[in-house]
Design a protein around this ligand. Structure first.
Ligand code: PAF
Length: 283
């Protein structure tokens, strides 16, 4: 496995391949990331994982400075898995000047849910992903593949639409959420949880599944179901941002016609102590 820190070296290393399969990450890899890399290895003729904590997608009060940076451990796990190339650029390599050109997704997709609580987040994500795509795919001659986890459901939807609208010749694959045995979705931020918070954390999924079960049982007053889910978590000491049922295709509130199995997703974000967790449940 090659560990590469510059765009020029990455392009040189990729020159002898036709069909890269790419997994962008911010590092501190867990089994959820590794499942995406395993998937990537089945898709192209070279697997590339980027590790870059992207300042553009953090708000000033968020955890950019303390986000866990564990490059050596990440590389060891990736090498064991048979990953071909790790691209781990310094900030000065990816952003040699302030990144003033940005990719701004439309408000209808990016200002709701995560984007409402983290303004500018998806502009930061789309900008770095577009740039990483240029680094990885610019000279590919064959199929280009990129794999994103479904835990960041809205991110995956926005990346899919960005690729479509810019006519990028890249196939986007969604990887299923990997969960701990008690249901907690794997996340780099789970490492912030105290033992008591870790024991409480699966309640977020439980609240989302209860919300979904209510809809499937025929309760169509979504506002009441969502309010109840938020109250349930709040009573247990959480600070919920949102727990809501949306259409899978565009994350808009469902109409009566949409309230049927296979079309919906319950999404939630809530703070437990100082840790903000997100999760979702398709149903
Ligand atoms: O999902 C993530 O880890 C990040 O948002 C991504 C896609 C690597 C962009 O920084």
């Amino acid at each position: 496995m090659q560990v590469i820190h510059t765009i020029a070296e990455l392009r040189q290393a990729l020159a002898r391949y036709d069909s890269p399969a790419f997994v962008p990450t911010m590092g501190n890899l867990h089994d959820g990331h590794l499942a995406l890399v395993r998937r990537a290895r089945t898709l192209g003729d070279v697997s590339v994982v980027s590790i870059f904590v992207n300042r553009l997608q953090f708000l000033p009060h968020e955890d950019f400075d303390t986000y866990p940076r564990t490059l050596d451990a990440d590389c060891a796990r990736l090498a064991e898995l048979g990953c071909d190339i790790v691209f781990a650029p310094a900030e000065s390599e990816l952003y040699p000047q302030p990144q003033t050109f940005k990719v701004q997704p439309p408000a209808a997709l990016a200002d709701l849910l995560e984007g409402h609580f983290r303004p500018g987040f998806f502009t930061g994500v789309c900008t770095v992903v577009m740039k990483l795509f240029q680094c990885v795919f610019a000279q590919a001659k064959g199929e280009r593949h990129a794999v994103f986890g479904k835990k960041d459901y809205q991110q995956l939807m926005i990346i899919r639409q960005m690729v479509q609208q810019f006519a990028l010749p890249i196939t986007i694959h969604g990887g299923e959420i990997e969960r701990a045995p008690d249901g907690l979705a794997l996340s780099s931020r789970n490492g912030y949880l105290s033992p008591q918070e870790r024991a409480e954390a699966p309640q977020l999924l439980l609240a989302l599944r209860t919300l979904a079960a209510g809809v499937l049982a025929g309760e169509h007053n979504l506002a009441a179901l969502e309010h109840h889910a938020m109250q349930t978590l709040a009573a247990r000491g959480w600070q919920p941002d949102y727990l809501t049922v949306r259409r899978r295709e565009d994350l808009q509130p469902p109409t009566e016609h949409d309230l049927q199995p296979g079309r919906l997703v319950a999404l939630g974000a809530a703070r437990l102590g100082r840790t903000r967790l997100i999760d979702n449940w398709e149903f």
